[in-house]
Design a protein around this ligand. Structure first.
Ligand code: FES
Length: 164
């Protein structure tokens, strides 16, 4: 009998990318690392919601998923900052200036990808494709997709978010 798979956590398109990776691997346990990679590529980091979804989908205990996620340094767990800015550095976004966005953020907020500002206000991450190539360069700011912004506009957006 076929096992019931969990519903996608939300209608965010990125869950479909993660789900497709697991489906392609037949929801097999050995595909856990690949599933976590696809979460990181799409979201920029692993949080509890994502790890729970992967655990339920692959029928694994959450502790095992946490174990793998924290053992391998290539995985980035949910950042410490009160706000999170994920800059997509996939090909489409890179061509459209993702590098400039990262430079702008670095200069303005003094924080590099993978880091959090000293006051813990902002964490910056990168993703490999957030599934919105048409909006390149795409950024996910506190869970909301923002696209086609230049560095200055993005910095303004982030500053507003932090000030709220
Ligand atoms: S490469 Fe950035 S959204 Fe696809």
């Amino acid at each position: 009998m076929q096992r019931q798979r969990p519903d996608l956590p939300s209608n965010d398109k990125r869950w479909k990318l993660v789900n497709a990776t697991m489906r392609r691997n037949g929801y097999a346990e050995h595909a856990l690392i690949e599933a976590l990679h696809s979460v990181q590529d799409a979201f920029g980091f692993l949080d509890e919601e994502a790890m729970t979804f992967v655990a339920d989908s692959l029928d694994l205990p959450l502790s095992k998923v946490y174990g793998v996620a924290t053992f391998y340094h290539l995985f980035m767990l949910k950042p410490q900052g009160r706000h999170a800015c994920v800059v997509c550095t996939g090909t489409a976004c890179y061509i459209k200036g993702a590098g400039g966005l990262i430079d702008g953020i670095r200069q303005h907020f003094d924080v590099a990808p993978g880091e959090t500002t000293e006051d813990k206000a902002l964490s910056v991450l990168t993703a490999r494709c957030v599934g919105a190539c048409g909006l390149a360069p795409a950024v996910v700011l506190d869970g909301s997709l923002v696209g086609k912004l230049g560095a200055e506009q993005l910095i303004e957006r982030i500053s507003r978010e932090i000030a709220e």
